[in-house]
Design a protein around this ligand. Structure first.
Ligand SMILES: NC(=O)c1ccc[n+]([C@@H]2O[C@H](COP(=O)([O-])OP(=O)(O)OC[C@H]3O[C@@H](n4cnc5c(N)ncnc54)[C@H](OP(=O)(O)O)[C@@H]3O)[C@@H](O)[C@H]2O)c1
Length: 335
């Protein structure tokens, strides 16, 4: 049986539990393809998985890694193949796990062609963040389709994260007004460069800033990875008809809210997690991204923000950097 190098989680713990090891090359099943991985993205959920707090969904690889780019080398191309992918093509793919390896299996429906002019590292930085942001800001959050009209406003919590830099750029490119919180002057400057009005949450109150900037109206959509005690403040910061979309609970998952305020101001609280959603759902998102976002990437209007690239064997260093929270944008691994 052919083998490959992969990064295993030897046991739950700190970054040094990530270890280079030898594994059998995975075999694609029906509707799946095998990718020879050139690069993989590091995402915060990988850190939670490594610590033992975010188990892979049933059937997914125990190897971490939710996104890759590389060469499509084998697999089942007989089913629905909307982008006409074939062996030898450069693809990027959203995975439910298994990305930190020389080979990874992905459902064909979750593969997209590498955008023209993109390196493998740049392409591998796309899937997890762009699928998540599209699904939560534009589908669940309905940015641009609410009571605020075709040009609405968005507040991104954690604007310098991989998710944040994606949300800022996409919303800005599609004509929406964007606010973003971040925890340092350097991170705020990066958010501003991407098109947001930045708010240093360690020094400023984001509710006061967005209220003042919108003449007291508030923002139409908030993309939130903090939750906890942010929730009542976010409800305050929303405009009438506003939508608060949760994608993580870095600050805790519980809060007291006043249902009367939700009724009176027609607010929506929602959220989702991408990893465990079915292939058909992710395939539909891939189609929307290809139609609406790939042209923006190929035109250079939206670009992945790469903070640092590590050799895959140094995944432990990549995780330690992510946990230091000093990065702006994406941390990547390369074989
Ligand atoms: N629901 C889903 O489907 C889904 C999918 C992918 C990722 N996620 C989640 O999305 C989050 C971002 O993921 P990522 O990979 O982009 O991680 P990341 O780059 O490590 O970003 C985490 C960010 O959280 C920010 N943050 C922490 N506390 C904050 C606060 N009180 N106010 C504002 N910002 C705060 C940090 O910024 P500072 O250092 O400036 O505080 C940092 O930029 C993670 O929690 C991840 O689990 C969810």
């Amino acid at each position: 049986m052919p083998t490959m190098q992969a990064i295993e989680i030897s046991q739950p713990g700190s970054a040094d539990v990530l270890q280079l090891s030898s594994r059998p090359v995975p075999q694609p099943g029906p509707g799946e393809v095998l990718i020879k991985v050139a690069a993989a993205g590091v995402n915060r959920p990988d850190v939670f998985q490594r610590m033992g707090n975010y188990a892979p969904p049933p059937g997914a690889s125990d190897i971490p890694g939710l996104e890759v780019a590389g060469e499509l080398v084998d697999g089942d191309l007989s089913g629905n193949n909307p982008f006409g992918l074939k062996r030898g093509d450069a693809v990027c793919a959203l995975l439910a796990g298994g990305g930190y390896a020389e080979y990874a299996v992905a459902p064909l429906a979750q593969c997209l062609p590498v955008p023209a002019g993109f390196s493998m590292v740049e392409a591998a930085a796309l899937p997890e963040n762009f699928f998540t942001v599209w699904s939560n800001v534009f589908d669940r959050g309905q940015l641009g389709r609410g009571e605020g009209g075709a040009q609405e406003s968005l507040l991104v919590q954690g604007g310098s994260s991989g998710i944040g830099v994606t949300a800022i750029q996409l919303a800005h490119a599609l004509g929406h007004r964007v606010f973003a919180t971040a925890g340092s002057a350097e991170k705020c400057a990066a958010c501003e460069k991407l098109g947001a009005q930045a708010i240093n949450y360690r020094e400023q109150d984001f509710v006061a800033v967005v209220k003042q900037a919108t003449e007291g109206r508030g923002v139409d959509v908030i993309l939130d990875m903090v939750a906890g005690d942010y929730i009542p403040r976010e409800i305050d910061a929303l405009a009438e008809g506003g939508r608060l979309v949760f994608i993580a609970t870095l600050g805790g998952s519980k809060a007291e809210i006043d249902a009367a305020v939700l009724m009176r101001r027609r607010l929506t609280l929602t959220g989702s997690t991408l990893r465990a959603r079915p292939v058909a759902f992710k395939g539909a998102l891939a189609g929307q991204l290809h139609d609406k976002v790939w042209p923006l990437l190929e035109a250079g209007t939206v670009r992945p923000v790469i903070h640092q690239v590590f050799p895959a064997a140094q995944a432990d260093k990549a995780h330690a950097l992510m946990e230091s929270s000093t990065h702006i944008g994406k941390i990547m691994l390369q074989w």
